[in-house]
Design a protein around this ligand. Sequence first.
Ligand code: SD4
Length: 320
Amino acid sequence: EPNIPVVLTTWGFTNSTIKAWEVLKEGGTALDAIEQGASVCEVQQCDGTVGYGGSPDENSETTLDALIMDGKTMNVGAVGALRRIKSAISVARHVLEHTKHSFLAGELATQFAVQMGFHEESLSTSESKQLWLKWHNQNHCQPNFWTSVKPDPTKYCGPYHQIKNYEDKHPEVQMIVDKYNHDTIGMVAVDGNGDVAAGTSTNGAKYKIPGRVGDSPIPGAGAYADNEVGGAAATGDGDIMLRFLPSFLAVEEMRRGASPTEAAQTAVKRIAARYPNFMGAVIALSKTGQFGAACHGIPSFPYVVQDKTRKSFDVITVKC
Ligand code: SD4
């Protein structure tokens, strides 16, 4: 007897889970649950790492990555480096529903969104401007964490990654490493019909090089769903994680008979074997409503689950 409907959400993003559960409980689709659930975090700027006003890039602009995947049709909608539109996962849903494409990027994704009726506005807030200014003032003429090319303070200190050959001349300069900040919302749901969907939404990594797209909008990396098996979603150091398609791997492991916990562990271990210092987590949900998670590089990882056996929205914490 499958335990459906059910929804699984990364981190402690309870409000998104509550919204998704409302949709599922009333007989809504998994796809709607994912879109509406993740949208709550976009509006509430969950942890400052979802939605507008967070993770300014090197040039201070906030851009958004989002993905939604339908496990019934294997259709995907995604946006990367989306500018000036707050509701990234809904734009992704429009790519899924209204185009034959799967992934739109950058300024032209914005144009698509505007044509679809989305409101265009700045994603900067006084908080994100302050965050950026503080970083900028502290790091002016210092190397950016995201590039191995170091600036020459005797010369131009503009976009740091454009300055060549600095380390050869100044080996005394140490890289300044930002404390890693990783709180993408990833959601996986199975609805009452047994249809599976998964999705993500994030503003990416702080002070990244403009144009950088992480793992979150990439199918199989940020999330994956297949009605035959279940779904998975990932969060963490996207530049590394996207090289391993951890969400795809977790789903494939479940297809081979692994439990969701084992599947998530396999996906995380595959990355850790090559990048022992990476930080991240994977959640996995089977089509019958079993679930699990695994993480690496942080002490522990919380995720939220809701199904009809639970009174409250349970936050479950796994040790990494
Ligand atoms: C990224 N994976 O853009 C995202 C960040 C993240 O949890 O997951 N935060 O790299």
